[in-house]
Design a protein around this ligand. Structure first.
Ligand SMILES: [Zn+2]
Length: 149
């Protein structure tokens, strides 16, 4: 008997500090400075703009605009890359900065493989997907972006 993909597969966040997980509405976690209003991602212990330590965790929105991008056309060096692809199974993927409301730019994977599918300024939405599967079958979940259909 085979299981449907995604059914009852254990899942784990790649980093619990990056986003709320598990959740019906997962959100990226940033930090907002109570002194100058600067939002940071990932969350910081102090403000990168004014150095205040009066910062609090905040949830970011789920849509933004593509600010810059490239296509990763070859297997990144591992480590630091934590994917489990090989030269044979690797597929190109996008990497870009998405400007989220609140003026924070989030760097992340983009789930397209061709630069023709992307354009600076286009609307992007946040998605959560398995980044890799551990040896025990646990799916490691990370965030990514895709163009808004
Ligand atoms: Zn500040």
């Amino acid at each position: 008997m085979s299981q449907a993909a995604g059914a009852n597969v254990p899942q784990k966040s790649i980093d619990p500090k990056l986003f709320t997980w598990p959740s019906n509405k997962p959100r990226l976690l940033g930090s907002k400075c109570n002194n100058c209003g600067t939002t940071s991602f990932p969350a910081q212990a102090s403000c990168p703009r004014c150095c205040s330590e009066d910062v609090e965790t905040c949830e970011l929105g789920t849509r933004g605009k593509l600010w810059s991008f490239t296509i990763q056309g070859f297997l990144p060096k591992s480590p630091p890359y934590a994917g489990t692809e090989t030269m044979e199974t690797f597929k190109p993927f996008g990497v870009g900065y998405v400007e989220m409301p609140g003026q924070v730019r989030v760097v992340g994977r983009i789930n397209v493989s061709s630069p023709e599918e992307l354009a600076i300024g286009m609307d992007m939405e946040l998605i959560f997907e398995p980044f890799r599967t551990d040896e025990d079958g646990t799916e490691i979940i990370s965030y990514a972006f895709r163009p808004v259909a």
